[in-house]
Design a protein around this ligand. Structure first.
Ligand SMILES: [Zn+2]
Length: 273
C-alpha cells in the first residue's frame, strides 16, 4: 500500500522565510488547492490523510467536514503552523488547542499528528502520547543539511517511546535517504518519486508521501524562494494522477489504516491514562 498525505494549513511560508506580509495567514490557497485535489481523489476513489491545522479548521470548517465526509482521514497539524525557530511557541498548548478545535469541527476523535516543519523530537512524542494521539508522522528519515538530520532513523513504523503505545510512522525517502515528497517531486520529477516508492515497497515499507494543499494551485508568491512556486498547480496534479495510475487506486490507504487497529489502540490508550 501507499499512503498519500496532505498538509493543510493557513499559508504562512513568507513568515517562515522571515517576511511579515499581509498574505500570511490566508486560507484561500489551501482551500482552492483542496478543491482541485479532492476532484482527482473522488474520480479515482483514492483515500488520503489530511493533516489539518486548528487555525485552518476554524477558517474553513465546512470544507474540513466535507473532506472527512468523503472518507478521508482528518489528522492534526498543530494550530499556529510556526514551529521551527519560534522561541515563543508553547508546544503543548498549541497541540491541545489544535486537537480540541479539530475534534469539535469534525466530531470524531483525532488519532494522528504531523508537526509543522517536521519538528520531530522526544518532547513532541511525550506530549502527543499524553494527549491520546495514536500515531505521529513527523519523522523525515532523510539527510538534508539545515532541514533534516535523521539519516539513521528507521524507515518503517516503530514505537519511539519505551512503555508508551504511540507509533511513529516516518514519511518516505529514497534509497539514499533523500526526500521524495512535495517540492522534491515537483522539482526533481515524479519518476524519481515512483522509483523510491518501488524500492520502499520491496523493503516491505509502506511509502508515506506528503504534499501541501496549496501546492495544487499555481503559486505566485513574491515573498518565498522559487521552489515554493515552481511546478505547482496542474503539473503537480498530473504527477499525483500518474502516481495513482502507476500503482493503482486500490493500492492507496489512509495513515490510520497502517495502525494495528486504530480503535483498539485508542481504547487501550484511554484505559492507560
Ligand atoms: Zn505544514
Amino acid at each position: 500500500m501507499i499512503a498519500l498525505t496532505i498538509d493543510c494549513e493557513q499559508w504562512n511560508c513568507p513568515l517562515l522565510e522571515g517576511h511579515d506580509v499581509p498574505e500570511n495567514g490566508e486560507t484561500r490557497q489551501s482551500r482552492e488547492g483542496n478543491i482541485r485535489l479532492l476532484r482527482l481523489l473522488r474520480s479515482t476513489k483514492v483515500p488520503a490523510t489530511f493533516f489539518v491545522t486548528g487555525d485552518y479548521a476554524l477558517g474553513e470548517p465546512a470544507q474540513v467536514r466535507k473532506i472527512a465526509g468523503a472518507g478521508h482521514e482528518i489528522a492534526c497539524h498543530g494550530h499556529s503552523h510556526y514551529y521551527r525557530g519560534n522561541a515563543e511557541l508553547d508546544l503543548a498548548a498549541d497541540i491541545k488547542l489544535a486537537k480540541q478545535t479539530l475534534e469539535r469541527v469534525v466530531g470524531t476523535k483525532i488519532l494522528g499528528f504531523r508537526s509543522p516543519q517536521m519538528q520531530y523530537s522526544t518532547q513532541l512524542l511525550e506530549i502527543l502520547d499524553k494527549f491520546g494521539f495514536a500515531y505521529d508522522s513527523s519523522l523525515h528519515p532523510a539527510y538534508l543539511p539545515g532541514f533534516y538530520n535523521h539519516a539513521c532513523s528507521p524507515l518503517a513504523p516503530f514505537r519511539p517511546l519505551p512503555h508508551h503505545l504511540i507509533v511513529e510512522i516516518p514519511v518516505a525517502v529514497s534509497r539514499h535517504r533523500l526526500p521524495i515528497s512535495w517540492l522534491f517531486t515537483r522539482v526533481l520529477g515524479v519518476r524519481r518519486t515512483i522509483g523510491a516508492c518501488r524500492w520502499l515497497l520491496a523493503q516491505g515499507v509502506t511509502p508515506v508521501l506528503y504534499f501541501h494543499s496549496w501546492e495544487f494551485i499555481p503559486m505566485r508568491s513574491r515573498h518565498v524562494p522559487f521552489y515554493y512556486n515552481i511546478q505547482t498547480g496542474p503539473p503537480l496534479l498530473a504527477d499525483v494522477e500518474r502516481l495513482i495510475n502507476t500503482f493503482g487506486p486500490d493500492q492507496f490507504c489512509r495513515v490510520r489504516d497502517l495502525l494495528r487497529d486504530p480503535v483498539t489502540v485508542a481504547k487501550e490508550k484511554e484505559e492507560d491514562s
